[in-house]
Ligand binder design. Structure first.
Ligand code: 5GP
Ligand code: SF4
Ligand code: MG
Length: 457
């Protein structure tokens, strides 16, 4: 998911629309905005792409200098309209709107406790749980009550919370999800990715720190800490796949990091070939790096049809496979008779690679050497990225040789864990750590109470 917030700009709702549009890649299931004029919060949201949802928005009815917004990424099922964010709650003492990116691992348990105490929840979204925790016992929304509520939640999160008086932004104690602060004129902006700042002409100020709670109001920005800051464990998949290449995540440019992954991979797993190609869009940067490092020409071997959505988001395997077929076509004139190194950013189920290898061979490729610019994904993600279940993860159930066989490549190699860290991290300092749990099984946050043993997988 992607979150966005802006405080103190006369075109708050419109800038939120532009900001969300630039973060569309972070979620295509639904989008929404809540705007405040200091007296009332008003929302507009719906299922679908940002453009579709905002087509029916009446900006003259969304007036006010403050707004927050959200793009929703579909995790398992739950494509329900009521789960589209921001969630907006009204009370006699004031309203509250929330937007969330991440996943709360103990949400089910917290929800059960709330229900025992008489709460009735409207959605299946974790975010509603936080709203109830904040307002429990008749509390008003404040740094104290938000911090207290967040400390009961285990998982990965970036939150933006809006009341008539203030906007809050919070990041989980390990900083697993990205969240940055910018300014446009005198207005403060908060967003999951810095590409949203570039989109609206805002300047990047800094990243929100792990365990930090930012409060923004007409007096400016204030920083407090609701939890002890742990070592940063930024989601490695943000670099590998999720984020836009023009974003800087935790001060590292995404395109540059991907290019570096390609370079490191070229050294770790070279192949005799004529050309290097990437699977558009997310593998292009790594393919450029691989080609540059290996001295082979980088070619446009696969073309992407822009009018098909992300294949990963499709709910069934059949639709997903059909999606890949519609989305990507080989450039026969480039591929025919060549020994091809094909770079993809990652393999999850193996759907994409399998289809593309087949496609390239059908287009006359003599050999296809598959190189993956991230380590094998062998473990599920509990922090808000839909890697699906262990059963579906091809690398959880097969050796590299078996995977090569299944996808039909002449050879297959993945980037190593060390290679990934070398590519992304300038140093291994406290603030530069990464979560690599889906690849390495090293989970930075555990949920003991649920009695899930993450290490025994
Ligand atoms: P697969 O086809 O192996 O199931 O998924 C891997 C492909 O899906 C890659 O080409 C990657 O670019 C794309 N992809 C889409 N969404 C995601 C995601 O959330 N995580 C990962 N790792 N890859 C994704
Ligand atoms: Fe990101 Fe993987 Fe960690 Fe999930 S487990 S937060 S996808 S690195
Ligand atoms: Mg891809």
């Amino acid at each position: 998911c992607g979150v966005f917030g802006i405080w103190g700009h006369e075109k708050a709702a419109e800038l939120t629309y532009y900001g969300l549009h630039s973060m569309q890649h972070r979620g295509q299931e639904g989008a929404g905005v809540v705007v405040s004029d200091g007296e009332e919060l008003k929302g507009h949201k719906g299922l679908g792409l940002v453009n579709d949802v905002f087509k029916s928005a009446k900006f003259d009815q969304l007036q006010g200098p403050v707004a927050i917004g959200h793009v929703r990424y579909s995790t398992q099922g739950e494509k329900a309209a009521e789960n589209v964010q921001p969630l907006l709650f009204r009370a006699q003492t004031g309203s509250m709107a929330l937007a969330h990116n991440g996943n709360i691992m103990n949400a089910f348990k917290l929800r059960g406790q709330l229900e025992e105490q008489g709460s009735i929840l409207q959605t299946t979204s974790d975010t509603e749980v936080l709203a109830h925790l904040i307002k429990r016992d008749g509390n008003s929304v404040s740094e104290g009550t938000i911090g207290h509520a967040l400390n009961q939640m285990v998982g990965a999160y970036s939150y933006i919370i809006l009341t008539e008086e203030k906007m809050y932004a919070a990041l989980d104690p390990s900083g697993i999800r990205p969240l940055s602060i910018g300014m446009i004129g005198d207005a403060y902006v908060v967003a999951s990715e810095t590409c949203a700042f570039d989109q609206i002409g805002a300047t990047f100020i800094r990243d929100v720190l792990p365990g930090e709670l930012i409060t923004i109001d007409d007096n400016g920005l204030r920083s407090t800490h609701f939890a002890e800051q742990k070592q940063r464990k930024l989601c490695a998949m943000e670099y590998v796949y999720l984020s836009r290449p023009d974003s800087n995540i935790n001060y590292v440019n995404v395109h540059a990091s991907r290019k570096q992954m390609g370079k490191v991979l070229a050294n770790e797993a070279p192949a005799d070939a004529d050309i290097v190609i990437g699977v558009p869009d997310s593998s292009i940067s790594a393919a450029i790096g691989f080609a540059e490092e290996s001295g082979l020409p980088y070619e446009m071997g696969i073309l992407k049809n822009r009018y098909v959505g992300r294949t990963f988001i499709q709910p069934s395997q059949e639709l997903r496979e059909q999606g890949v077929k519609m989305k990507l076509s080989p450039v026969r004139g480039i591929i025919e008779g060549k020994r091809v190194i094909m770079i993809d950013d990652s393999i999850v189920r193996g759907t994409t690679c399998k289809r593309i290898v087949k496609m390239l061979k059908a287009a006359g490729a003599k050999e296809v050497h598959v190189r993956i610019a991230s380590p094998a994904i062998q473990n599920p993600c509990y922090y808000g990225i839909d890697m699906s279940t262990r059963e579906e993860l091809i690398a959880a159930n097969h050796t590299i040789e078996e995977i090569a066989e299944i996808i039909g490549g002449d050879s297959l190699a993945y980037l190593t864990e060390e290679g990934l860290e070398k590519a992304v991290l300038a140093d291994d300092s406290f603030n530069q750590g990464m979560c690599t749990a889906c690849m390495t099984g090293k989970y930075p946050v555990k949920e003991e109470e649920k009695e899930i043993s993450y290490t025994s997988y």
